[in-house]
Design a protein around this ligand. Structure first.
Ligand SMILES: [Ca+2]
Ligand SMILES: [Ca+2]
Ligand SMILES: [Ca+2]
Ligand SMILES: [Ca+2]
Length: 732
């Protein structure tokens, strides 16, 4: 959906010159009625959600308020950058009673209609009469007056699909449908004679509360919508009451609520409009959202007329007053049931590179607008951290530290573009915490539209008490740029990450505190810490570069491992390099964090042999922000790399479903490697870990001259991007 914003209030005078020019870019499709539903030309259902402003002739009448020009209010209510997503503007007009239609049109109608059109909105021209209607001289507004107004206005918008006619706001008496029908049908007929296509909104007696009568005795003319107005004085917002008022009627005839609203503050409400968000607004919204064929416009985007969204100084009112609630409602449903359907509301791109297998941080959802990359219930980031979107993000001390998605509410969802997905069977872990016993909590995980499963977050007792919810042995098809989607039901839980671990992957966790270790140049002590794995940490009181702690792992056979370190990052921690048998592996990594958080990081890929294996963590330096060089280790996790690989990898994908082939084994002169991408790097180390050979892969089959290798076991490694394939062979 393209959207053009203009500095409109600054160029209001220009509109006088271009009143009949419609911005083609902002032209909306024609709407029509099909059954009880508004639809676009393609048959998509359309729900018109927006606001009313006050009639422009009244905009400067408040003596206790800070008045604003009409054009500024109109610019504001459609401006997403100011948090407002009104898709239809209701423009009341009262001057018609005292001015001729031409003057009213030129001064109080068309400039604002054109402004709304330029803002890509539909706009309802509302002849804002609140009056008895005249029946045979009974008093009230003469039929001829209403007819004359529309005889002037309707043909001027007959070719403008954005414009909708609300032909008599609130007729009061006589409270009789037949007499009202006799009064208003000729008006409709006269409009249809000159404007056959625009939607016509029709009120009813008793301030537009008699839609039920239209069910059995409808008006004619085509593309008619029956208007209902409701405020808290009409009773509780129960389904039973709302069904009786207008909901039952709306099941068969099109009904639009062009006015409703409430405020609790007595300065901003009265006997009709007094109500609360919790007591009236929330159940009312729940009902309306469940009846999306009912379009609506909130009353009123103003600081003066009651019940207003803003206080007299243009502060948006919140809590039990309606302003903030209405803003969030319009925000959340901004793209729901709009012309053109779901397409065309924006692009979606990755925020971070994600892979399966891998751990995907919940907070690293894609870049894109509401309903493109995510769906959030309210405007803004309630946690006010990490990213400037409307998704609500907080910080955590859980595994990985960093951030989490919080403030989850029923119906929200998040999407993640996964760069590469390796085919295979996976165990899926979803890291969640909740201090709420809110019923109906669950998370549905989908990949490219395929449901992988649903999990139910528990009440873990605290927002930082975490659990891992499991979906086990899930078969996943491989591919690239697949979209992972997390759908939230119930809400009231935090999400830290979702992790995909290949089934059969073997990992062993060694607590730092129970592993044989020694340190040089620094003491190491066990520190009890409830949040740590196994209840303890090892604190290495390092004070400079070269200090280290070394762990000893007894091992049988030869195997390649991905080595993860679990540690407590903090403000006094140094940077670290991993060594094995005197050689450095992996990259220097930083244990510093301005606050204390628990992390788990992949630090190296190491091959273990038979015997006591020693892995050393050595201080490499410190972050300029860090106050020291210390290490606070929790555990070391060794993941059998071959088991990760066997569950599927891009290297395997590159060779179809067959493994990379290495042959012959044993080898004497030449070792051949097949099924490896030709930009992969191949290295061969001997059984003590020393590098003996290295070369690039070539084409579909790489030949490696192994004549100069000493007899004995060797390890071949293929590295392609982030992936490592290892293979053991014997040189004879
Ligand atoms: Ca939000
Ligand atoms: Ca949220
Ligand atoms: Ca996270
Ligand atoms: Ca531990």
């Amino acid at each position: 959906m393209t959207r053009r914003l203009y500095p409109l209030y600054a160029c209001l005078f220009a509109f006088a010159l271009i009143v009949s020019v419609v911005n083609a870019q902002a032209q909306k499709p024609w709407l029509h009625i099909d059954g009880n539903q508004i639809k676009d030309p393609a048959g998509n259902p359309v729900t018109l959600r927006g606001v009313s402003v006050l009639p422009s002739e009244h905009h400067n009448e408040c003596t206790t308020c800070n008045n604003k020009p009409m054009s500024e209010m109109i610019a504001w209510q459609a401006d997403g950058s100011r948090g407002w997503y009104s898709r239809v503007l209701r423009l009341p007009v009262t001057t018609a009673k005292v001015k001729d239609p031409a003057t009213s049109f030129a001064t109080h109608i068309d400039p604002y209609v054109q402004q709304a059109i330029s803002l890509n909105q539909y706009v309802i021209v509302d002849l804002h009469l609140v009056s008895n209607y005249d029946v045979n001289g009974s008093g009230g507004v003469k039929q001829q007056f209403v007819m004359d107004f529309w005889k002037y206005v309707a043909p001027r918008y007959a070719n403008t699909p954005n414009v909708i006619f609300e032909i008599f706001n609130e007729p009061v008496n006589p409270d009789n449908w037949t007499s009202w029908k006799n009064y208003i049908q000729p008006v409709i007929d006269s409009i249809r004679a000159v404007a056959p296509n625009n939607l016509i909104l029709v009120g009813s007696p008793q301030w537009s509360t008699r839609v039920n009568s239209a069910v059995t005795n409808p008006l004619t003319g085509g593309n008619l919508v029956y208007v209902y107005h409701i405020y808290p004085n009409q009773g509780a917002a129960t389904a039973a009451n709302l069904n009786t008022k207008f909901g039952n009627a709306a099941n068969t005839i099109p009904v639009m609520l062009t006015e409703f609203g409430w405020n609790q503050d007595p300065n901003y409400s009265d006997g009709v409009t007094f109500g609360t968000t919790g007591g009236w607004g929330t159940p009312f919204r729940n009902y309306i959202d469940a009846h999306p064929w009912i379009s609506w416009q909130g009353w009123i985007f103003d600081n003066f007329w009651k019940p207003q969204f803003f206080d007299w100084n243009w502060n948006l009112m919140s809590g039990e007053n309606q302003g903030r609630f209405m803003q969030n409602w319009l925000f959340e449903l901004q793209n729901h049931n709009q012309p053109g359907g779901a397409g065309g509301i924006g692009t979606q791109t990755p925020y971070a590179t994600h892979t399966i297998p891998g751990r995907i941080q919940a907070e690293d959802f894609d870049i894109g607008a509401q309903d493109v990359a995510y769906h959030d219930s309210d405007l803004g980031n309630n946690g006010n951290s990490y990213r400037s979107t409307d998704v609500d993000l907080g910080t955590t001390t859980d595994i990985g530290g960093g951030h989490v998605v919080g403030y989850t509410i029923n119906g929200e969802w998040l999407e993640y573009t996964i760069d590469s997905v390796a085919a295979g069977n996976y165990n899926i872990g979803i890291r969640s915490a909740s201090a709420s016993s809110n019923a109906g909590k669950n998370i549905t995980v989908k990949l490219d539209g395929v449901t992988l499963g649903t999990v139910t977050p528990n009440n873990t007792g605290a927002w930082e008490t975490w659990e891992t919810l499991a979906l086990n042995n899930i078969s996943i098809a491989g591919g690239s740029n697949k979209v992972l989607r997390l759908e939230i039901a119930g809400g009231s839980f935090n999400l830290n990450y979702i992790e995909f671990t290949p089934v059969g992957q073997v990992s062993t966790r060694y607590e730092a505190e129970t592993t044989s270790r020694w340190s040089s140049g620094a003491s190491n002590t066990v520190v009890a810490q409830a949040q740590a794995s196994g209840g303890n940490l090892v604190r290495v009181s390092a004070d400079g570069v070269g200090d280290f702690v070394e762990y000893t792992y007894p091992h049988t056979g030869m195997k390649n491992y991905d080595v993860y370190l679990g540690f407590r990052a903090g403000p006094d921690q140094g940077t670290c390099q991993v060594y094995k048998d005197g050689a450095a592996y992996g990259s220097v990594f930083d244990l510093y964090s301005p606050t204390t958080v628990y992390k788990e990081v992949l630090v190296a890929n190491l091959t273990f042999y038979t015997g006591q294996q020693k892995v050393r963590f050595t201080v490499a330096g410190k972050n300029t922000s860090s106050t020291g060089y210390q290490f606070t280790h929790d555990y070391v996790k060794l993941v059998d790399h071959a088991t990760t690989l066997n569950a599927g990898s891009a290297l395997r994908q590159g060779a179809g479903q067959s493994l990379i082939q290495v042959f012959p084994n044993p080898a004497t002169t030449v070792l051949k490697v097949k099924g490896v991408p030709d930009d992969a790097a191949i290295t061969i180390r001997d059984a003590t870990g020393n590098l003996r050979l290295s070369q690039q892969a070539e084409g579909s089959e790489t030949s490696i001259d192994v004549q100069r290798l000493r007899p004995g076991l060797h390890i071949l490694r293929v590295v392609h991007g982030d992936e490592v394939f290892t293979y053991t062979f014997l040189k004879e």
